[in-house]
Design a protein around this ligand. Sequence first.
Ligand code: SF4
Length: 371
Amino acid sequence: MHNETPIVRRKSKRIYVGNVPIGDGAPIAVQSMTNTRTTDVEATVKQIESLQRVGVDIVRVSVPTMEAAEAFKLIKQRVSVPLVADIHFDYRIALQVAEYGVDCLRINPGNIGREDRIRAVVDCARDKNIPIRIGINGGSLEKDIQEKYGEPTPEALVESALRHVEILDRMNFDAFKVSVKASDVFLAVQSYRLLAKQIEQPLHLGITEAGGARSGSVKSAIGLGMLLAEGIGDTLRISLAADPVEEVKVGFDILKALRIRSRGINFIACPTCSRQEFDVIGTVNALEQRLEDIITPMDVSIIGCVVNGPGEALVSDIGVTGGHNKSGYYENGERQKERFDNDNMIDQLEAKIRARASMLDKSKRIDVSQD
Ligand code: SF4
């Protein structure tokens, strides 16, 4: 029920990773990366499926060897989400996965080596409509750039990126996106800001090697939040030393917080205090788990007492406000006669949220069919 985001997006070119549009106002795509051994096809497919269940748009898979390329072929046949092959240096692997239907190549053209090999990859990508992602990382800059700048700086990261961009420009290939990731929030943010002024291609955002689930999410939210609020960014990945499923959830949470892209429930909950009339924290935690399958964008406010409850409930799809023994219930911003038993809050709320999601889905289908 909250308004659209006030953020104005940077203008960028449109590319497609499989059927997912990137740039030029397309929804910001949430990516993740498998951390299984690619040669373990079963484990990798299973992980990709679990990422799809939480809404991932694009999945990157490391393809370090020709054996992994063969496994990639089998993986690609079994999943529906677009796959990016992550390749360093070996152009033959790039050509091989292109044959196997890869949706995007993450390869830095300048690292491929000889001109004829770069051209072979770029020509192949052009023939098969496969975009490329140039990925710069503050931890692996070219030696001469490191020497020139002494340490990773925004200018150093951007110079590195532009070297690869120039190669693709020279070969008249413009279906690419670029990332300039760093583990330091300010370094990453400044690098993206600088690059955003110099190219029109979509930017893939990330704070690389951000850390564990909690600290990495905080760093990513700050860094990506600054950029996204300025309109910079067309795709993103949260890099966590954690289950990649968490990366996708955090990615959507960041977009949700900025009202850029909604998926699933946006919970509004008070931190609780001695005034709370029911177990707010237990209710929110249980519902977050139980309702992971809901993808309908909805605001649900769960507030422990009347101090802030009615105000939040009035701007939520579903709201509950703690009262003595029984709590006030709101739907679509309107107070309902029905009240909820405080000791059965979770089941009652789950039923109401599911019913509302299904009603919103139905009305959306009717709207679309009448277009
Ligand atoms: S809304 Fe009520 S219960 Fe929740 S923190 Fe505020 S005063 Fe405490």
